[in-house]
Design a protein around this ligand. Sequence first.
Ligand SMILES: NC(=O)c1ccc[n+]([C@@H]2O[C@H](COP(=O)([O-])OP(=O)(O)OC[C@H]3O[C@@H](n4cnc5c(N)ncnc54)[C@H](OP(=O)(O)O)[C@@H]3O)[C@@H](O)[C@H]2O)c1
Length: 294
Amino acid sequence: MPEPTPATGALQKSSVLVTGATGNLGREVTARLRAQDARVRALARRRTGPVPGVESVTGDLTDPAAARAALAGIDTVFLVWPLLDAAHAHGLVEVLTETAPRVLYVSSAAIDDTADRQSDPIVQVHADMEALLHDAGLRTVVLRSDTLAANTRGWASQIRAGDVVAGPDIARTAVVDERDVADAAVAAVLGRQEREPDHGPYVLTGPDLLGRADQVDLLGAALRRPLRFEAVPAELARARMLADGRPEELVEALIAASLHRPESRRVTDHVERLTGRPSGTFARWAVDRAAEFS
Ligand SMILES: NC(=O)c1ccc[n+]([C@@H]2O[C@H](COP(=O)([O-])OP(=O)(O)OC[C@H]3O[C@@H](n4cnc5c(N)ncnc54)[C@H](OP(=O)(O)O)[C@@H]3O)[C@@H](O)[C@H]2O)c1
């Protein structure tokens, strides 16, 4: 860790471990924490590119020894769990219990608190993780994120090659800009809101309910050319993803989400509650990111 330097202003410096630091969300969180002068350690299995003031460490979240090393001297963890089974998190949770940092866990807005089992394996993992962290008695703030706008980056090669995005469809949801989720997370980490955030769950959504066809249309508008979404039936989508070399467990989870995740009608003001400003639109995201699709 870089040597602590005296805190400026009223903010006390936080030492934050950002997990998933090379990912869509983790990159945004890391950049914001640095801009706010927090001390940041970035964890992923691959090293992050050099970022001034950020200590990059490598390790697997399922490896308790790596987690223990990464957590030394840390007071807050921005925690993602990108795996398809929460059972592998027991070792990590034991280490978190020993080291007792504050935990911000990025969960899913699709969790149904009234259901015994969740709609699909990915949502179930988040529900299991929330329960695991809660039962361990950790100081946890839960941020339940809706579908990230950044997921559409997966369509970039199709959009560069033609006018059609083909893939499995999924129910409409209030797609949220990952920059808003990152702002909300950083506000919660640094306690910028008027009072310490409660444990949540905060449900972070964008302002509009969008299907995949809507997102493709909005990307087309940003790129100033007509684009079209073509829904691929589950069997064909499964075969294509397996042929692309994607792991079978992931393919089955994605197909289950496509078939079973219910439509969301929920738009919240929780981004605004944490950051003081409303969440942005997917149309804005698409304009800002258009170059990535050209
Ligand atoms: N995308 C969504 O719509 C959505 C919605 C709700 C919640 N979430 C949650 O938010 C998290 C972040 O989303 P994202 O879009 O930023 O994901 P992402 O771009 O796929 O990034 C995942 C990050 O986790 C790291 N990682 C993966 N497996 C790991 C392991 N075993 N040990 C250590 N690091 C590992 C990856 O880096 P390496 O591969 O280098 O390790 C990468 O930095 C997701 O994991 C998901 O649980 C996402």
